[in-house]
Design a protein around this ligand. Structure first.
Ligand SMILES: Nc1ncnc2c1ncn2[C@@H]1O[C@H](C[S@+](CC[C@H]([NH3+])C(=O)[O-])CC(=O)[O-])[C@@H](O)[C@H]1O
Length: 341
């Protein structure tokens, strides 16, 4: 077994607690130390040591704090001296670009590239209540949505995302939140391909903003289904195009300047794919164009953003001449009787 650092011990313990309740997790538990060691291997990610150090340098915070995971801005109110606040600000800045949020931590407002709260507003009203549910957020970024899921009462929320920057952003936010969530929210720096097969564990699985990055989208849907418990709910959010059941668009090298974008189906085609993968109760609950207010450059993400990736003459097209980003939210269930009913 690979040695566990202090940071990882909490994740391992959270898994142990869950595994005691459900034996399907034990297969993952055995692989966990190796996966953690690899996901955070300093040799593989140049800036990792700097991010790790920035989080380690965050000052010890007063235990008296008010944590709100249920508002659009994930908020931790606590009294910081001016110098402590300046120190925190500078350390949090070292983890930039901050893409997914917003957060308000000890009076510091992290205005992220994405208004991830707007996505949550489109998704949350349609979900089976998250209370008591074990939740997996695949490609969960900084963990913004995971904190909102914990705020909605989920019993256990696991973010998986192979980006070590996001891992350290999550740990920075965790430093402020402390154990206000009862340790129910955890982050593993791994990809969906590292999740053991046929886990059948989670009551809700989210895949938001991930499917279009997968070269084998049906395989991705099958992996999500395999992670779900019988009767569990899939929440799929992805880029789509307009069209019928057979419409699928595959862009060239880049789409809105993003590399690694593969399949953009219509939402009708996506429903068809889900049906082919054996999901039931499939419904499109939202479809909307991404606005320039939802994704933009900020002080915390100073690089180019959506406005630079759309045709300046015709905002309905990307700079490559493709249809501008449109996103759908689709819910579906894995067949079977849920333990929650
Ligand atoms: N193999 C993989 N397995 C899991 N995650 C992956 C993988 N490859 C990349 N990712 C992760 O998927 C996330 C996609 S971003 C959506 C964030 C959030 N969900 C949102 O809805 O705002 C969308 C975007 O920025 O294009 C990134 O954090 C990747 O690191």
């Amino acid at each position: 077994m690979a040695p566990l650092s202090d940071d990882h011990r909490a994740i391992y313990q959270a898994f142990l607690d869950q595994a005691a309740l459900d034996s399907s997790l034990t297969a993952w538990l055995a692989k966990l130390p190796e996966q953690l060691a690899q996901g955070l291997d300093r040799q593989r990610h140049g800036d990792l040591s700097a991010w790790e150090k920035a989080v380690a340098k965050l000052p010890t915070l007063p235990t008296e704090r008010r944590v709100d995971l249920n508002s659009d801005t994930v908020t931790v109110d606590l009294e910081l001296s001016d110098s402590q606040q300046r120190q925190c600000f500078n350390l949090l800045r070292k983890l930039a670009p901050w893409r997914k949020g917003p957060f308000q931590l000890g009076g510091i407002h992290i205005d992220t590239e994405w208004r991830s709260d707007w996505k949550w507003q489109r998704v949350a009203p349609h979900l089976a209540p998250l209370k008591y549910r074990k939740v997996l957020d695949v490609g969960g970024g900084s963990g913004y949505h995971a904190w909102r899921m914990a705020g909605a009462g989920a019993a256990f929320v696991l973010v998986i995302d192979p980006s070590p920057r996001f891992y350290w952003q999550f740990q920075a936010v965790r430093h402020f939140i402390g154990d206000a969530d009862g340790g129910r929210t955890q982050f593993l720096p791994v990809g969906i391909e590292d999740v053991p097969e046929n886990l059948g564990f989670f009551d809700t699985v989210f895949s938001m903003g991930v499917l279009y990055h997968r070269p084998a989208p049906l395989e991705h849907l099958q992996q999500l289904k395999a992670a779900l418990a019988p009767g569990g709910e899939l929440v799929l959010e992805t880029l789509v195009v307009e069209g019928d059941e057979q419409t699928v668009f595959v862009p060239g090298e880049r789409y809105a300047a993003m590399p690694n974008v593969y399949f953009l189906p219509s939402s009708k085609a996506l429903c068809h794919w889900l049906e082919r993968c054996g999901f039931i109760n499939i419904r499109v609950v939202d479809e909307a164009l991404t606005t320039l207010e939802e994704q933009r450059s900020t002080e915390w993400m100073t690089y180019q953003s959506l406005a630079d990736f759309l045709d300046p003459e015709d905002r309905s097209r990307t700079i490559e001449g493709y249809p501008a980003p449109r996103r759908a939210v689709i819910l579906a269930n894995k067949p079977g009787l849920s333990r929650l009913y």
